[in-house]
Design a protein around this ligand. Structure first.
Ligand code: PMV
Length: 359
């Protein structure tokens, strides 16, 4: 088959649909700051979540014109903003996926968590769409690659949509960025840490306390950009790479005291980078701080190794082992819900990664 002959390809252009369900993730060691080409300034590690998912179905048919057309539906509503974002993303990938300009697309996407919950949907959303593109390629355009290559490719392209999305392609604990001594690590895609994980982390819980569900005022991409001129950035990148090393050994040993120290310090450092950027900004809210205070008090009193992390927003992720689930849920209900919007909390835990939809 001559792939270079567009007319020939056009005659064979199929109509079809593919779908993937892909999770969000929460970073333990944070990615904040990047180089051009969506290369992270330091390595990061995250837990992939189980229940906070984006489900995306991409329907396609032969393009009516010379370039693709794309409609985007979020739930049952057509969404211009996401249509534009996805079209820009597809345009950027047209050299890698030549079929893009030969098709028209309808993208149907929905989140299992409320859109207004203040949870970033870019990691789950962009990973789902990258998986769909790779699926169209392998199913309809004859790219027969191994499962391993398929996910690596999906992670590579998810990264180009939103950096942290490349980690959502894998389940469990996932790294992104070059880590000394870890051959599988790369700046270009995520890879999961499959061995040497203490079982306590297989079922770790993440209860997300929604302190504010409004759209954040400073986007992640602006925040990453401000790291270029932050006077503390190099120190921060070194610290993160060092925290990865420490965390790797904790993930093996299951030393939860050390886990708590690394994870909370990472969250606070992320936000201190925001406060020391120019212009400076602040994404935590008074209730974020009240929750952190309560967590520290509770840990001190009970010895239960519950800790918090934050992503680029005011909501608090409460991380704890399965073993303490009942105690921590009681603590959340009695002490923390009052600091949330309408008692909003999303109980999630570590998940196994994306799932293909059988359509
Ligand atoms: O992937 P982005 O560009 O939305 O950046 C994510 C940044 C953090 O969530 C704050 C940290 C991380 O590693 O996920």
């Amino acid at each position: 088959m001559n792939n270079k002959n567009p007319e020939h390809i056009f005659k064979e252009i199929p109509t079809g649909k593919v779908g993937w369900k892909s999770p969000s993730n929460i970073a333990l060691v944070k990615y904040w700051g990047k180089k051009s080409g969506q290369i992270p300034a330091n390595a990061s590690v995250s837990f992939t979540l189980r229940d906070s998912l984006t489900e995306t179905i991409v329907e396609f048919s032969p393009a009516k014109g010379n370039n693709f057309e794309l409609e985007f539906f979020l739930g049952s509503d057509s969404n211009e903003k996401f249509a534009k974002r996805t079209s820009d993303y597809f345009n950027g990938l047209a050299d890698s996926f030549p079929f893009i300009n030969q098709l028209d697309f309808k993208v149907y996407s929905k989140n299992t968590f409320p859109h207004s919950a203040g949870i970033a949907s870019s990691a789950s959303g962009m990973s789902a769409i990258a998986l769909c593109l790779c699926e169209i390629e392998r199913k309809y355009f004859g790219n027969s690659i191994s499962e391993e290559e398929f996910f690596k490719r999906a992670s590579y392209f998810a990264r180009l949509g939103s950096g942290s999305a490349c980690r959502s392609i894998y389940g469990g604990l996932v790294t992104w960025g070059e880590i000394k001594g870890r051959e599988s690590s790369s700046n270009l895609f995520g890879s999961n840490i499959a061995t040497n994980i203490n079982p306590v982390f297989d079922t770790y819980h993440d209860s997300i306390l929604i302190v504010d569900s409004a759209q954040k005022k400073v986007s992640s991409s602006v925040g990453h950009g401000l790291m270029n001129s932050n006077p503390f950035s190099q120190m921060r990148f070194d610290q993160a790479n060092n925290n990865i090393k420490r965390l790797m050994s904790v993930l093996k040993s299951g030393d939860l005291e050390e886990f708590v120290k690394i994870v909370e310090s990472e969250a606070l450092t992320l936000h201190s980078m925001m406060m020391t950027s120019s212009p400076y900004f602040l994404l935590v809210k008074p209730n974020t701080v009240s929750i952190i205070d309560k967590i520290w008090e509770y840990r001190e009193e009970t010895g239960i190794p519950v800790c918090f992390t934050l992503d680029a927003g005011p909501n608090v992720h409460l991380l704890y082992p399965e073993k303490y689930k009942n105690e921590v849920l009681a603590f959340i209900n009695s002490e923390l819900l009052k600091y949330t919007v309408n008692n909003k909390v999303i109980h999630d835990q570590v998940g196994k990664g994306p799932v293909k939809l059988e359509l």
